[in-house]
Design a binder for this molecule. Structure first.
Ligand SMILES: [Zn+2]
Length: 151
């Protein structure tokens, strides 16, 4: 099966500059362009898993501590008010959680479910995100997760 996420996880595709952290179970990366907000992270299973109902025991036990740790680091790095966290599983055969910083000021004043429409809005040219801020946060989060990996 040709899977773009598998290629990304294996380091075979482009945009490795968006990769942030990797261990035996999880791959963390900045969401790909077009960018809805800076710091929009993806927490992705290394293997094909359609959703939490199909997790191995190891994945099930790891998700809580991992998503808490990544969320805390993202919150501190961005100064966001909170981190929107959602997963649906529509686009790829890998479980992938979206961790979206909810800043005090959001493009289009998007809140709650509206924030998840910002990537589409960026693709349609309705908003523009500061690419330097995407790069800065990607590097900062990579450093912080290297220094303090998820348990
Ligand atoms: Zn895959």
């Amino acid at each position: 099966m040709d899977c773009g996420i598998c290629r990304t996880v294996a380091g075979e595709s482009g945009n490795r500059d968006e990769a942030i952290f990797d261990n035996g179970l999880w791959h963390v990366r900045h969401g790909g362009a077009p960018y809805g907000v800076p710091g929009w992270l993806m927490l992705i299973t290394k293997r094909h898993v359609p959703g939490p109902w199909a997790f191995s025991d190891e994945e099930a036990q790891s998700l809580g501590p991992t998503i808490r740790h990544v969320g805390q680091i993202l919150l501190e790095a961005t100064g966001a008010l909170r981190i929107y966290t959602a997963w649906m599983g529509e686009s790829w055969p890998h479980f992938h959680a979206h961790l979206v910083p909810r800043y005090a000021s959001m493009p289009k004043d998007a809140k709650a479910w509206g924030a998840f429409d910002l990537q589409r809005a960026a693709g349609a040219g309705e908003i523009q995100v500061d690419l330097a801020e995407v790069d800065r946060l990607t590097k900062l989060l990579r450093e912080r997760l290297a220094a303090s990996p998820p348990p």
